[in-house]
Design a protein around this ligand. Structure first.
Ligand code: SAH
Length: 383
């Protein structure tokens, strides 16, 4: 039995490393099947839809991979008005989505009270669950957003390799431990919390991917997004990737394969978390990137509801899937993808089962919660 819980720590690392390196089609079929079966048992057949609204592309940060980094003067900056965002929220309700994801760069002019008012308004006008993806915010802001009614927070750690993290995030307010401390804060505030990483960053190794998977377990995340790195020509990583190191995949096909392998391993390790089929995967393979992700462990899709004239400007990487798509057509296509994959369309908030089991009960103290989940953490079986 390959997934025996009694696998020793060293054996388990070799196990993940072996899978990441394999190209044998027969073994890969086994991997996809194990991930799909684990997904079915862990979170069921429903695919939950989250309406994504990219509310601002202003950013104070200079992440070396990201097209909306502060130093990119070619970016046409925008910040949506509150009533425009509400329109998108109402569109999400019309489409039957249970969740709205509000994403932005780290926009210094987006005040805490503005975000609080926005959350209040959406909660007053709809029954949508709200996920925030607004980057690194102060503990006071995180607390105020939560009190206003925000349900979830999503912030990737991007890479668990501290040296690579520092190279990729110059002049950032903190280093990897700081970002991780904010994820811990989000959990303690009761947010359903998500994180994740990019796949195939220059300088990233198989060992780093293995450590990324391990970190997700240590952090006890409720949802995890993994997306392939896509070079943007107006960024240091797009212009001078050689300065950061070699890439694991030689072309988009290999990159997609690596992303699928990491997603499958993620699902096998953490059966009850929510895993989105990311936009970056659909960008890499517009024909069937989303469907492939659904077949190797994903159970969430995030249709983009940002109005098209803004959507094009939220240019974190080039050729972003759906950048010019008609919102209603895109919605229909996504429903088709779900049905073609033999899955059902989720209804309601689609909260992560990991969150429901471990942290949803407000009566639990943080200490009780932590000790209980760490005993149950599937990661401890492998690392
Ligand atoms: N400011 C927010 C949102 C950032 S954009 C935050 O910090 O969380 C959302 C995600 O897009 C990032 O977390 C990053 O993983 C991904 N991303 C940015 N540039 C990318 C690129 N060139 N290729 C692939 N993914 C990228």
């Amino acid at each position: 039995m390959i997934f025996a819980p009694q696998l020793a720590r060293s054996q388990s690392q070799i196990f993940v490393m072996d899978w990441l390196g394999t190209t044998d089609p027969v073994l890969l079929e086994i991997l996809w099947r194990m991930a799909d079966e684990t997904r079915e048992q862990g979170v069921g057949d429903a695919v939950h839809l989250r309406g994504l609204v990219e509310i601002s592309n202003h950013c104070r940060k200079n992440c070396c991979y990201c097209g909306i980094r502060h130093a990119n003067h070619r970016t046409n900056r925008y910040r949506m008005e509150i009533d425009e965002i509400l329109e998108c929220a109402l569109q999400a309700v019309d489409f039957g989505y249970g969740t709205l994801v509000l994403q932005a760069g780290e926009d210094e002019s987006m005040s805490c009270s503005w975000v609080v008012d926005l959350i209040h308004l959406i909660k007053k006008e709809t029954n949508l669950t709200i996920t925030l993806s607004l980057g690194e915010q102060s503990e006071e802001n995180l607390s105020a957003f939560r009190s206003a009614g925000a349900d979830r927070y999503f912030m990737r750690f991007e890479t668990s390799n501290q040296q690579l993290y520092q190279q990729l995030h110059p002049n950032s307010t903190g280093k990897l431990p700081y970002r991780i401390s904010l994820l811990e804060k989000m959990k303690s505030l009761g947010y359903e919390t998500g994180s994740g990483a990019m796949v195939d960053l220059p300088g990233q190794t198989y060992r780093d991917i293995c450590t990324d998977l391990q970190l997700i377990g240590k952090l006890e995340m409720d949802m995890v997004g993994l997306g392939p790195f896509i070079p943007h020509p107006d960024t240091p990583l797009g212009k001078h990737p050689e300065k950061f190191g070699p890439r694991l995949a030689a072309d988009p096909v290999q990159q997609e394969l690596l992303t699928c392998k990491m997603t499958a391993l993620l699902r096998i390790l953490y059966p009850d978390i929510n895993i989105p089929a990311t936009t970056a995967s659909a960008t890499l393979n517009p024909a069937d990137g989303t469907e492939k992700m659904l077949r190797c462990g994903a159970n969430v899709i995030m249709p983009n509801l940002t109005p098209n004239h803004y959507r094009r400007k939220y240019d974190i990487y080039p050729g972003k899937a759906g950048a010019d798509a008609d919102t209603t057509e895109q919605h229909q296509q996504i429903l088709d993808i779900i049905r073609n994959a033999g899955r059902t369309v989720g209804t309601g908030p689609g909260s992560s089962r990991h969150y429901q089991k471990n942290r949803k009960n407000p009566g639990n103290t943080h200490h009780e919660i932590t000790s209980r989940t760490s005993q149950q953490s599937p990661c401890s079986r492998f690392y």
